[in-house]
Design a binder for this molecule. Sequence first.
Ligand code: GLN
Length: 540
Amino acid sequence: MHYVVITGGVLSGLGKGTITSSLSHLLKNSGLKVTAMKIDPYINYDAGTMNPYQHGEVFVLDDGSEVDLDLGNYERFLDVDLTGNSNITTGKVYREVIEKERRGEYLGSTVQIIPHITNEIKRRIRDVANKSGADIVLIEVGGTVGDIESMPFLEALRQLKREEGDRSVLFGHVTLVPEMGAAGEQKTKPTQHSVKELREIGIQPDILFCRSKSPLTPDTKRRLSLFTDVPEEGIVSVVDVANVYLLPELMQSQGILRYVIDHFSLKGHSFREVWKDYKYNIRNPSERVTIATVGKYTELQDAYISHKEAFSHVTGNNGIAVDIKWVDSDTLIESDELLKDVDGILIPGGFGYRGVEGKIKAAKYSRENDIPFLGICLGFQVAVIEVARNLLNYKDANSTEFDPATGNPVIDILPEQKGIKDMGGTMRLGSKKVLIKENTLASKIYGSREIWERHRHRFEVNPDYIDALTSKGAVFSGVDDEGIRMEVLEFNDRENAIATQYHSEFKSRPLSPSRVHTHLVEHALQYKLKRIGGISERSA
Ligand code: GLN
């Protein structure tokens, strides 16, 4: 078994997750079996209760685990389905150790960070490695070297190398090389300090991934190598790329794949490009559309990263580039102005009342102006509320999440959740079967009677209102396998609008983009061409 550990230095937000994903993509497409995992040194048990404003999107896996958004990147770059075991948190580790202690499994010994916590960390890493049957496991360590929280994890990884052997564990370190002065001189000091910090805890990096504005000069590489003992071939210059899916080739062009494969003495693996056409479309889109994404976390776009990626997947497959216009839903309460020039509207998922009235207005605006529409999860629920309020004239229609006393609870709590107070882990989560009805827009989009999609919700369409909603043109074209939960909403007079209770963005992949995002983008283009009365750039 081989391990590549990726740590971060200098400051956060350097793109460690994308770098880890890109390296794993290169290794996988060289014929190796690869998996990736993330260590999050926070005390939360999982990401489920975390505010997207602080940590970005909560990503959901097939098994229903609520995890860090980097797991989404690994899935997209590796094209695999991971499980919750691939996300280790301090909370998970301590909970397990304390439970073992309570069961008397430590036979009276004093339970300590070394060896008990570090052993539990290594056990979890090896467990993922063994169950995946991978040749190489990439382990990304969240946070920055020097953080108190990450110490036990780095110590465990140091021990892992000692136990597995030098040739089985590789340490990569992501750092920043700032450029100063008019001449843009590249400064190596922050990297030197950060490597020094790593060495103090007994870890010598083998690779440096250096973020800088312009490519590292030969002289910068020489100096970095001199001070850090990382061979020059192990120093990768990571400049900004226009699209994250272009990063693997940037890294590959610097020989990093060979370097890693040689380190592990794995013979006979060379890279096979699988994204050639995909990247061509990303670089040379033949059309562009503007999609308004209406949410309340629009200042932190990482809160909607899977939607952003899903649109990128659509572009990679059909050549229609998507400019996302981030629209803060609260601004729509006053005026529709921000939706005036868009070609399509996406309302993504969300929790809590703030921002909901603006989203309901966006759904209404889309219906009244026949603008292509996609609603996801809360966006689906909002579309239902909009029909109830404005077509059925139930003025107080709402979800009981926002107004528990409403006279018209068109969206209500799932029956099995009634009475649950604890917010952690009480939702309908993960991959569930959805049955698609024949002769509907959904059946055209999916071409299948049965799909599996990922969920994360507590509330759902109240069955008491289905007849009334249907009388106004709503069609529930997808349901769960018991036929009691509404999963897909469409309208019998609108080809360009669809909404889903599930999160199709979570399963979107570069070579198999979300079907409903594709549908939105294709209709956005039609809408745009009709609106400007112009000729398509493609047909011109
Ligand atoms: N807040 C809604 C619910 O709990 C929608 C959830 C979501 O959009 N992920 O059902």
